[in-house]
Design a protein around this ligand. Structure first.
Ligand code: SF4
Length: 157
């Protein structure tokens, strides 16, 4: 499962397949990381500095985080993309093609492209975009097939 949690400053990524349940996060920041809550991460539960420090101590890599650099990530189902905005300007996208698996019973989102404008590279935007598409697919119980090599790397188990 892929989820992202955003406050004004940072985005926390959660990849459940990598979690070893060591509970470092739960002990370090119990107001943020609580397995009994849904969602289990409350990004408003502690100052950003505390959350960053806790995430950096996750031993498995299940939790990671980056600064937002004032870039907003939006999901646009009509365009089959997650989009990154700097103010009103689009600066990145992760796009998929929706199809049936052939039997007609399962929908598949094939991630075909992830791109960020050159002047916005190295800000973690592409990872946020891929996680956004994955999160939306998983919420709809849609299978993800990452043809885009960057997306495949981000989502590899
Ligand atoms: S610290 Fe990391 S590995 Fe441990 S429970 Fe939290 S997310 Fe899982």
């Amino acid at each position: 499962m892929h989820r992202l949690y955003e406050n004004e400053d940072i985005t926390v990524f959660w990849d459940s397949d990598k979690c070893r349940h060591a509970k470092v996060c739960v002990h370090q920041s119990p107001a943020v990381f609580n397995k009994d809550n849904r969602p289990w991460i409350n990004i408003s539960g502690a100052p950003t500095a505390e959350i960053w420090k806790t995430v950096s101590q996750c031993p498995s890599g299940a939790l990671t985080c980056i600064y937002n650099h004032d870039i907003r990530i939006m999901f646009d189902e009509s365009r089959q993309c997650a989009l990154a905005y700097d103010g009103d300007a689009e600066v990145g996208e992760c796009c998929y093609e929706s199809s049936s698996d052939g039997s007609g019973s399962e929908t598949v989102w094939t991630i075909v492209h992830t791109g960020v404008r050159p002047d916005h590279e190295n800000k973690g935007i592409a990872k946020r975009l891929v996680f956004k598409v994955a999160e939306e697919a998983e919420k709809r119980k849609v299978k993800i097939v990452p043809v885009c090599s960057y997306a495949a790397k981000v989502l590899e188990k």
